[in-house]
Each structure stands twice: as C-alpha cells, then as structure tokens.
Design a protein around this ligand. Structure first.
Ligand code: ZN
Length: 352
C-alpha cells in the first residue's frame, strides 16, 4: 500500500468527530504563510523603512527587492516569524494548534506536527516574539505590583547541576528572584521582567516608566519603592499596608494578584519552569492573551522577529550583567547564515 492509501485507511479508523477535527487542523493550500512570499504590495524596506526600493532579481520563486537607501536586499518574508522556515505547511499547523490550544509541551508539539524537538522549541519562541506590543498607555486607575520567579538557567549546556536552578535553599534570597513588574488598568496588562534582586524605584521606572498617561491614579501596596516611583513620574498615588489588602477608599490590587496567581501556576506547574532567558517572552504572551486572542497569521507584518530571535543570547547577557548580581555563564554559540543585526542596539528585555 502506498502512503496515500495508508493514510486514507487510517483516517477511516478515526471516529467521525476525530475526522472532523483532523480536517479542521490540516493547513489549507492558500495559507498566509505561503502567500507571504509572493505578495506584491511591498512598499518599504524591512531594514530601514525607506520607500526607495526596486525589484532586484529573483530568489528561487520569490521576488527580491533592493533598498536604494541602505543598499540591503530583502524578500517579503525577511525578518518575519517565517523567515528561513522551509516547512511552511507544518508551521501553519503548529501556529493553528497554538491559537486553539495554547502552548503545549515542546515534545508533544514536535510529535503532532512532525518536526524535531529543537525546531519545535525554535518555532515556539519565534511565535512568542511576533506577538504585538501594546502601544496604549495606562489611564484611570492602574494597579501595580511585583511578582517573582526563581532564577533559572534551564536548558543551558555545560553548567553543573547546582547552577542550572537557583536551588531550594536560596528561595528566600532576593538575588535569585527574577522580579516582574505587573501593571493593569483593566483594559490592558503589562508584565515586565525588571531585574534579579530587590526592586527599587529605578527598576519600576525601567520596566513601566513610560507607560502612563497624565492623571492616572497609581494603586500599590505601601512599599517605599512605589512611593518614590509615583513621585518621580508625578502620578497620584493610592497605597495601603499589604496586610490591610485595600485602601480606606476601597482601591486594591486584586486583579494583579489574580494574574500573579495564574501566571505562577502556568509557568511553574504547567510549563515546569521557564529559563530566565525566555521569561519575558512568556510573560508578554500571557499579558497579551489576557485581553486579546492569539492570531498568528496577523503577526507576519512584524519584521523584527528574526533580528531579536538571533540576538536573544546577547540581550540575556546584557540583562544578567546590568540587572543582577549573577554571573553570566556558558554562552550558547550558534552560527547563523543570515544575521542582519548591526550590533548597535541590543534592546532591553522589557521591550520584548
Ligand atoms: Zn533600507
């Protein structure tokens, strides 16, 4: 029996419901991820945004363009989450599973889509990086609090075991706690990895300092860092002693506490921990999903994914060296054939 007949025979062994689900999951032939390469409405350069571009020979079946401002060439997928990905049908299937079922374990995704485990890992991170960033600022009443995750070097090669995780003895040690600043005005949520260690007003500024409209009321507990932060950004500040749970006028941080509890369960129980290097990606996904649906086909307009993906290790190195007392160890070295990064600006985690 040839493969096609085998598949048909196997298909009829499924229940009617399983058959319908399977047909629903199969990528359609007009998938956006394919069409991206032949799209015609290319108006500006993916590198410098200039509209001074010309057609410049073909790359396989794809039109290549050249920018007359920066002299670099590109194709319609350059820099996007599908750049350099050849198995576009499988990627479409992967993306549709993430949209419908969320982030399933890397191994399960590899099996369901028919790809290797490293590819499954890579695709997940590219999808997470492509999620749009909120541009709106907080207004009205905005709750802010901090939460923390154990410092983790999960997956990093050549570390001895005790260094891969923070270790249980150090649970109370601030210098092994990765602090996330969580903020919400109930219309949108921000979760920003700020530092490893005790939080100061400067760390809050670093994470969310530019996120507030004038006349926004800040609601926090009475931690002095929040008082200093509110003064610095000139916000009206309502605060209360943690044990009282709310201000005398009724304001509280219950929504943030609720988010904190859910993201903690998701990361520590469901995903069994996330490496600090990737924590911001997961936090941003969680924050986005709180108020929006995940629609990966729409994220193909983000042309910064490749640059950021290929430079995550450098960003992690910068984060460890500037925002923690930890030692940066065992760099991952992976050579890539197409790296457009000019090395001048390594963006901060909090922009991911
Ligand atoms: Zn250009």
């Amino acid at each position: 029996m040839n493969i096609r007949d085998q598949i048909i025979s196997l298909f009829f062994q499924l229940s009617r419901e399983e058959q319908i689900n399977l047909l629903d999951e199969l990528p359609k032939s007009d998938e956006t991820f394919h069409n991206l390469e032949i799209q015609q409405d290319i108006k500006c350069c993916v590198h410098c945004n200039s509209s001074n571009i010309i057609k410049h020979s073909m790359y396989k079946d794809t039109q290549r363009y050249k920018c007359k401002s920066c002299n670099l060439t590109f194709i319609p997928t350059t820099g996007t989450l599908v750049y350099q990905i050849k198995k576009k049908n499988q990627f479409a299937l992967y993306a549709s599973i993430v949209e419908k079922e969320g982030l399933l374990p890397i191994k399960i995704m590899a099996k369901r889509v028919g790809i290797s485990i490293p590819t499954s890992f890579e695709w997940r991170h590219k999808i997470l990086l492509s999620i749009p960033k909120t541009k709106n600022k907080f207004s009205d009443i905005t709750q802010v609090d901090d939460l923390w995750f154990q410092y983790s070097q999960k997956g990093r090669k050549n570390l001895d075991y005790s260094r891969r995780r923070g270790g249980t003895k150090r649970r109370g040690d601030n210098n092994f706690q990765v602090k996330i600043i969580a903020a919400s005005d109930k219309k949108q949520v921000e979760l920003k990895v700020a530092k490893i260690g005790r939080i100061s007003a400067n760390d809050i500024l670093y994470a969310i300092g530019d996120k507030f409209k004038k006349n926004t009321k800040l609601v926090t507990d009475a931690h002095p860092s929040y008082q200093a932060f509110a003064k610095e950004v000139k916000l009206e500040h309502i605060y209360f002693e943690s044990k009282k749970h709310q201000a005398e006028t009724g304001e509280n941080v219950q929504y943030i506490n609720n988010i904190a509890e859910r993201i903690d369960t998701w990361i520590n129980r469901k995903l069994k921990g996330v490496s600090t290097k990737y924590l911001q990606l997961y936090a941003s996904y969680f924050a986005h999903k709180e108020k929006n649906s995940i629609e990966i086909k729409k994220y193909t307009s983000n042309t910064k994914v490749w640059d950021i993906y290929t430079n995550l290790e450098k960003m992690y190195e910068k984060f460890i060296k500037t925002r923690s007392v930890r030692t940066y160890r065992c760099p991952t070295k992976r050579k890539r054939k197409a790296q457009n990064w000019n090395g001048e600006t390594i963006i901060n985690f909090s922009y991911l």
